[in-house]
Design a protein around this ligand. Structure first.
Ligand SMILES: NC(=O)c1ccc[n+]([C@@H]2O[C@H](COP(=O)([O-])OP(=O)(O)OC[C@H]3O[C@@H](n4cnc5c(N)ncnc54)[C@H](OP(=O)(O)O)[C@@H]3O)[C@@H](O)[C@H]2O)c1
Length: 263
């Protein structure tokens, strides 16, 4: 895919950074977006090193719709309509009960994780609609499918799954595909910080996946590259788990507790 222009929002660390670098290695022109300029500039420089013919950092706060609109204008003015948009900006949550969910945190997580994805898709979806082509990839989660004890996060990621399906229906006739990846526990900078803070149990995480391992950001990037490429030309509206088998392992293991397999 030469001369492909890819915009990755939330590419200054973790999974988004890995996606930006994978696209760069494939020869895409890569636009890196996020809030942290120092980390964003560094990722753009890495993209050039691994093969991107062009790369640049754009500052954006997806929690502020005006900031995403400004990003849309700047990208359009300087580079034109992206061929690929990845909505990867997001914040992780710590476990708690629904009844204990603080409303300020709920509002903040909804604004960034769900509304940030919505606004990104609106701003660049309109550009793609005019161009008559494009691919959008959103970031779902295990929480898109299962009732995890992360009340604000889970509701937002359920919303991202539904949004991905609706966008696929609305934009399909315009030549635009919309999919999502749903990473399992992925050793991103964000998850490493949660582990370091004692908010995730790495041994239990490994044990509860079928493949007995963490997902790496590069694993998610590989799936992202496929879904955004012409090799996935007939795939739209899906949310693809990249989870080392966590989603199948969880009910399987629970079922066996009531109906043990005889050796
Ligand atoms: N790690 C996992 O296990 C896991 C599993 C499932 C889904 N996910 C999803 O994957 C995505 C990336 O997570 P990660 O684990 O890679 O986390 P991460 O390492 O903390 O990276 C988060 C990224 O989001 C950006 N971001 C956060 N708030 C933003 C805002 N208001 N405006 C613009 N950018 C913002 C950050 O950029 P700045 O710091 O520069 O703002 C950073 O680039 C999220 O949507 C997350 O929900 C992660």
């Amino acid at each position: 895919m030469s001369d492909t222009l890819s915009l990755v929002i939330g590419a200054t660390s973790g999974i988004g950074r890995a996606i930006a670098l994978r696209f760069a290695a494939e020869g895409h022109r890569v636009l890196v977006a996020g809030r942290d300029t120092a980390r964003g500039d560094a990722v753009a420089a890495e993209c050039l090193k691994v093969g991107a013919p062009d790369a640049a950092f754009f500052s954006v706060d997806v929690g502020d719709p005006a900031s995403v609109e400004a990003l849309g204008q700047a990208v359009q003015d300087l580079h034109g309509t992206p061929d690929i948009l990845v909505n990867c900006a997001g914040i992780l949550q710590s476990g708690k009960r629904v009844l204990d969910q603080d409303l300020d945190e709920d509002e903040r997580m909804w604004r960034v994780n769900y509304r940030g994805t919505l606004v990104g898709a609106q701003v660049f979806g309109r550009q793609m609609e005019k161009a008559g082509r494009g691919v959008i990839l959103n970031l779902g989660s295990l929480a898109s499918f299962a009732p995890l004890s992360l009340p604000a996060y889970t509701v937002g990621k359920h919303g991202v799954l539904a949004l991905t399906q609706m966008l696929a229906c609305e934009l399909g006739p315009k030549g635009i595909r919309v999919n999502a990846v749903a990473p399992g526990y992925t050793l991103s900078d964000g998850l490493k910080a949660k582990i370091a803070a004692g908010e995730r149990n790495p041994d239990a995480i490994i044990d509860t996946s079928a493949l007995k391992k963490f997902v790496q950001p590069e694993d998610v990037a590989e799936a992202a590259l496929f879904l955004c490429s012409d090799r996935a030309a007939a795939i739209t509206g899906v949310t693809l788990p990249v989870d080392a088998g966590w989603l199948v392992q969880a009910p399987y293991a629970h079922y066996q507790r009531g109906n043990p397999v005889k050796a």
